[in-house]
Design a binder for this molecule. Structure first.
Ligand SMILES: CC(=O)N[C@H]1[C@@H](OP(=O)(O)OP(=O)(O)OC[C@H]2O[C@@H](n3ccc(=O)[nH]c3=O)[C@H](O)[C@@H]2O)O[C@H](CO)[C@@H](O)[C@@H]1O
Ligand SMILES: C=C(OP(=O)(O)O)C(=O)O
Length: 425
């Protein structure tokens, strides 16, 4: 176990490269199951969740070779269909082995997944989709899903679930006939998965929209695919630069995925420019809330893509504590993500948690260093941001629940002038 020791109050300055998107790497790793030919994935972040998913793949009969810092080469051999509980329960993404294993072997035995404890994390939509394609789901502490043959069908998801869409796509690409997935999620990571699968010979259209059309094929082949930037990481560093009054360049950042973030951060007076794949965050921004028409208090609320990403809600909440004015932060998608704000309040933040979903934030408030424990990936990163803009010293424990989702976090922060050390607990 490690902790961070942080001295706040220093502006971050410099240039970093955005890492590959955690939530694209995870489904793309699961998709390796769908072929017995070699697969190469590039721009894969070296984070704990990726390591766990690779370990599960190895248990399922895949040889995995590290061909570069962020490149992996996969070769499925004698496929197995039972996911080890010790690994499955560590990551949310273990659920993503359901679709591909069902498609390849007709059976999958899968313990319940882990992941951030930010709400119930329902799985009903996954089973709605896999049942529609011909799967039979038995739940007895673990999930046993079987199918004689998967057949294409018109599926209407009860919610635009990211991983349920990904499972449905991975099952449908080898199903017999045509599948239509309506009310599909369309996040950049869903798009990355679909493009990787098409590179393997799948036939998916409607990518980036909420209706996916899939013509099943008999077999998928090899592919070499590079995933996009992690827009959660990019948004986190933009927020950090703003609240420390620093300036930042982020290369390989896929700025086109930041359009709703630009609107949301813009409501707080935080702006950036970009040229090609590099984002430039200027220093000393006048961070002031832009009222809605008539001087009304604005809100920043998350929703399925292309809405504001829920994984940046914790980040923009801590950023709002440093902005002049009042804003409502509305976390519509998760039941218990927002409870971490009590830690920010203890540091001096001007926040009222109205209910589990809504926090009114007024600023700017000077934060004081504190002793903190990271409850989940994004709240943990929000605590890092709070500590780096606070006066004095802070300690953050349980940093595993940050490094799950942020590659080389301490190295990147130190390179930007942050005073942070990673210490054995
Ligand atoms: C490994 C991975 O990829 N994890 C991501 C994935 O989790 P995951 O796929 O588990 O999240 P889902 O998209 O299924 O749902 C997220 C939450 O939003 C709710 N919901 C979802 C869709 C909708 O139309 N209405 C609605 O209320 C769900 O009930 C749930 O509470 O997507 C989430 C939402 O982007 C992200 O926070 C997670 O980081
Ligand atoms: C919620 C997240 O991850 P997971 O779904 O893997 O728990 C996240 O990346 O913010």
């Amino acid at each position: 176990m490690h902790k961070y020791d942080i001295d706040g109050g220093f502006p971050i300055r410099g240039k970093i490269k955005a890492s590959g998107n955690k939530n694209a790497a995870l489904p793309c790793i699961a998709a390796v199951i769908l072929t017995d030919e070699p697969v190469e994935l590039d721009n894969i972040p070296d984070i704990e969740d990726v390591r766990v998913m690779v370990e599960i793949l190895r248990h399922l009969g895949c040889s995995v070779e590290k061909t570069g810092n962020n490149s992996l080469r996969f070769q499925m051999n004698d496929i197995k269909n039972e996911v080890p509980e010790s690994l499955a329960t560590v990551v949310r993404a273990s659920i993503l082995f359901a679709g591909p294993l069902l498609a390849r072997t007709g059976k999958v035995i899968l313990p319940p997944p882990g992941g951030d404890v930010i709400g119930r994390r329902r799985l009903d939509t996954h089973f709605l989709a896999l049942s529609a394609l011909g799967g039979r789901v038995e739940v007895d502490g673990q999930f046993t899903i079987t199918a004689n043959k998967l057949k294409g069908v018109d599926i209407f998801l009860d919610e635009a679930s990211v991983t349920a869409t990904e499972n449905a796509v991975m099952a449908a690409v080898l199903a017999e006939g045509k599948t239509v997935i309506q009310n599909a999620a369309s996040e950049p990571h869903v798009q990355d998965l679909c493009r990787m699968l098409n590179g393997m010979g799948a036939d998916i259209t409607g990518i980036g929209s909420n209706i996916l059309y899939i013509n099943g094929v008999k077999k998928l082949g090899s592919v070499s695919y590079s995933i996009g930037a992690d827009f959660m990481e990019v948004g986190s560093y933009i927020g950090l630069a703003a609240v420390t009054r620093g300036e930042l360049e982020i290369t390989h950042s896929n700025p086109e995925n930041m359009r709703m973030c630009k609107i949301a951060f813009g409501k707080l007076g935080i702006h950036w420019n970009y040229e090609n794949d590099t984002i430039y965050v200027p220093p000393n921004q006048t961070m002031r809330v832009s009222s809605d028409m008539g001087g009304m208090i604005p809100q920043i609320d998350d929703s399925p893509w292309p809405g504001f990403p829920p994984d940046l809600t914790s980040i923009i909440t801590v950023v709002a504590t440093q902005v002049e004015g009042t804003v409502l932060i509305h976390e519509k998608m998760f039941e218990s993500r927002m409870f971490f704000v009590d830690k920010l309040i203890s540091m001096g933040a001007g926040i009222i948690l109205c209910d589990p979903h809504r926090a009114v934030v007024t600023g700017p408030r000077v934060l004081s260093g504190s002793d903190l424990v990271s409850p989940d990936v994004r709240a943990g990163m929000a605590m890092v941001i709070a500590a780096l803009c606070a006066g004095g010293n802070s300690t953050i424990h349980n940093v595993y629940q940050i490094e799950r989702g942020y590659e080389s976090l301490v190295e990147k922060l130190v390179s930007l002038g942050a005073h942070i050390k990673r210490i054995q607990e």
